[in-house]
Design a protein around this ligand. Structure first.
Ligand code: MG
Length: 188
């Protein structure tokens, strides 16, 4: 849990947390296979298996990440991050994306005044968990690992996580209220 006496670190995901990744992802996947089902029925994290190959999937994801600046963040993403900073959090933007996408990612964060202290791009965010007091993510696997590590976790409710037992919310301000209720803050 969060403590007053150490630097409080929080990891915040990008895709489907700071911006609406899934409609763009669907559009890219449909170019590969027009039969692919829409995000509203992506009820499993691995929904894509029967439609595209792993290589095609990661290719589509990388293509989007390289063009990150084309896409707007959620309207409340900037206030969400600045409010976390006001709560005393050290903010790690943690995204499962290739290291080669760091520059467009940095430019995008700057372009939309999304405040942060560090960027972590990797396929396994749990390497950060020893040092964190909270994680904001939509991935069931990341949320499961955060639960197992005993750290605060929260996410936006999505078709692929809605049946899990994690603290899920419909908006970023709701996540913020939850974090305020469960994390000690520098201002009490
Ligand atoms: Mg995500």
């Amino acid at each position: 849990m969060c403590s007053l006496y150490i630097v409080k670190k929080i990891a915040v995901d990008i895709d489907n947390i700071l911006w609406d990744f899934s409609p763009v992802f669907w559009e890219r996947l449909r170019r590969i296979n027009p039969d692919i089902i829409p995000p509203t029925v992506w009820n499993r994290w691995d929904f894509w298996h029967q439609y595209v190959t792993t290589k095609q999937l990661y290719g589509a994801i990388k293509e989007i990440h390289l063009e990150q600046e084309k896409f707007r963040p959620f309207d409340d993403a900037s206030l969400f991050l600045s409010s976390l900073r006001d709560m005393g959090f050290y903010i790690i933007i943690a995204s499962h994306r290739e290291k080669g996408t760091i520059e467009p990612t940095e430019r995008w964060l700057g372009m939309y005044r999304l405040v942060y202290d560090e960027i972590h791009l990797s396929s396994d965010k749990s390497v950060l968990f020893n040092d964190l007091c909270a994680v904001v993510d939509d991935s069931p696997s990341v949320l499961d690992k955060a639960k197992a590590a005993g750290i605060v976790r929260a996410g936006l409710r999505c078709p692929w996580n809605k049946d899990t037992d994690h603290p899920l919310f419909d908006t970023l301000p709701e996540i913020l209220s939850y974090l305020k209720s469960v994390c000690n803050t520098a201002h009490g």
